[in-house]
Design a protein around this ligand. Structure first.
Ligand code: ADP
Length: 501
């Protein structure tokens, strides 16, 4: 592992943006918080304050919800044709693409991830998502339904369904893919004709705020997109509980997901949740070992393990266990840890001091429970929030490091003998977000895929995302699917219209 490098100088546009104190976007105006308060966002590579942001709270959320309601009920947005809506979303995608490097730099500065990753993954995926959703704006259809009505013999009816926007949507965004997660939520809301109040994560509000500027530049009418940065317990909780919100879309921890659900009960708003995971990544004995090693390393170490679908439980068939563990550990050892702005960096810091402490706490707990770190096992350096990529062995099913979501670059490698035992173990957590299977035996791969209780199963690949592919969880990993055609269900109501003819 290389030493922690100093931060390279970002482009002047990103620096200019970072140097400003940011306001919140309500009804097309950039305004300060009602309280006048601001909060800091930090550069996780250095621990230093990056920018200050208006700190939204209950009153700001209330103003934003009223603005979204007015835009939904009576604003120009409500009168736009689907085609016009689609064009605006496409324009937003174009603007994002034109500013790709700036967005990638802002993401790196705020979240810590390598710039070289943000510019090929986070930002292009967000652009693609908006384009995909722009296409859906004109294809949201109901059906005509032949009905029988047994108690009205001889009568004739024309019956059909309409898919209508659900209304005002609250969207609570996590910090691991700040721009992309905002796009996953904003894209379908705009395509279906909803209006939104977005609360970015307090650790990483910058790209969402910058996206708000592009929303205006694209010509999306005032009040359609409102952005209220602030803390989860205040602004987030107020949004989840607000009686004027018709639907809340949340991505974050399972623990907070349950709070969202309780808060939503007041007005029974619709809820979609994309929550935690402890995903099994399974390597069978017949595999192309080198491909499985490279794929399993990236399954856990991509985005520093800060992915809800990270392949954090690595199940390896007995006969190749030592070889695969050695290979993944070797890959981990080669990962260059440092500032995300350095072009040679493979892994940046964790997002915050809190996450650093949380991940290090898990490492200490695993090691004191008897697990062994083949590589890594501790913090990296003493400045910034870096953790060494870690492979743990000698674990058992009861350990916290095997059961709980760590959300860091830590994988537990576990041997197995037969696939029946494997499937039981793989399914033995409260989560069900994703899974990976590595094998040359495609029949076996599909059989295991059908037995795994997970919203996504990758075969001989991992972390493959596409705007057209639905993503979401079984069990306590969530409710509903984002992306693909399925997401439209989360943002629409079905109206049945029945006319006697
Ligand atoms: P993490 O614990 O990994 O930081 P969270 O689930 O706490 O993830 O955060 C995800 C998002 O949820 C953030 O935008 C955060 O501000 C928000 N959030 C946290 N707590 C609450 C809450 N009680 N109500 C609503 N939103 C919350």
């Amino acid at each position: 592992m290389a030493t922690v490098r100093s931060i390279a100088q970002p482009d002047s546009r990103a620096m200019d943006f970072v140097s400003r104190t940011h306001k919140m976007l309500i009804n097309g105006q950039w305004v300060e918080a009602v309280s006048g308060k601001t909060f800091p966002t930090y550069n996780p590579a250095t621990g230093e304050v990056l920018s200050r942001i208006a700190e939204g709270d209950r009153e700001d959320i209330d103003r934003a919800v009223k603005s979204a309601r007015a835009a939904f009920e009576t604003g120009p947005w409500s009168r736009l044709t689907p085609s016009e809506r689609g064009r605006l979303i496409w324009k937003l995608a174009d603007l994002l693409e034109q500013n790709l490097e700036e967005f990638a730099e802002l993401e790196t500065l705020d979240n810590g991830k390598p710039f070289k990753v943000a510019r090929v993954a986070d930002v292009p995926l967000a652009v693609d998502l908006f384009r995909y959703m722009a296409g859906w704006a004109t294809k949201i259809e109901g059906t005509t339904i032949p009905i029988s009505v047994p108690y009205a013999p001889g009568a004739k009816y024309l019956a059909y369904t309409l898919r209508e926007p659900v209304g005002v949507v609250g969207q609570i965004i996590p910090w691991n893919f700040p721009l992309l997660m905002a796009a996953w939520k904003l894209g379908p809301a705009l395509a279906t004709g909803c209006t939104v109040v977005i609360k970015p994560a307090e650790q990483t509000p910058l790209t969402c705020i910058r996206l708000g500027e592009l929303v205006q530049e694209a010509g999306i009418p005032d009040g359609v997109v409102n952005i209220v940065p602030g803390y989860g317990e205040t602004a987030g909780a107020a949004l989840a509980a607000h009686p004027g919100v018709d639907k809340i879309a949340f991505t974050g921890s399972t623990e907070v997901g349950k709070l969202i659900l309780q808060a939503a009960a007041g007005n029974l708003k619709k809820v979609s949740l994309e929550l935690g995971g402890k995903s099994p990544n399974v390597v069978l004995g017949d595999v192309d070992v080198n491909a499985a090693i490279a794929g399993s390393a990236s399954a856990i170490f991509f985005n520093h393990g800060q992915c809800c679908c990270a392949g954090s439980r690595l199940y390896i068939e007995d006969q190749i266990f030592d070889r695969v563990v050695e290979g993944v550990a070797e890959q981990a050892g080669k990962i260059r840890v440092g500032s995300g702005m350095d072009s040679t960096t493979d892994m940046g810091p964790l997002v915050s001091e809190e996450q650093l402490n949380r991940v290090c706490g898990y490492l200490e707990s695993g090691l004191s429970d008897g697990a062994k770190a083949v590589v890594g096992g501790s913090r990296f350096g003493d400045k910034g929030y870096f953790v060494k990529p870690t492979v743990l062995v000698n674990t058992n099913d009861k350990m916290k490091v095997v059961q709980e979501e760590i959300f860091g670059p830590v994988v537990t490698a576990i041997p197995f003998k037969d696939t029946e035992e494997l499937v039981t173990k793989a399914n033995d957590t409260v989560y069900g977000l994703a899974a990976g299977i590595w094998t040359r035996d495609i029949q076996k791969a599909h059989r295991i895929a059908s037995q795994l209780r997970a919203g996504t199963v990758w075969i001989n690949c991992y972390n493959i995302f596409d705007a057209a592919l639905p993503f979401g969880g079984y069990k306590q990993s969530g409710w509903g699917r984002e992306m693909g055609k399925d997401v439209l269900e989360l943002y629409t109501e079905v109206k049945a219209v029945c006319a006697a003819i």
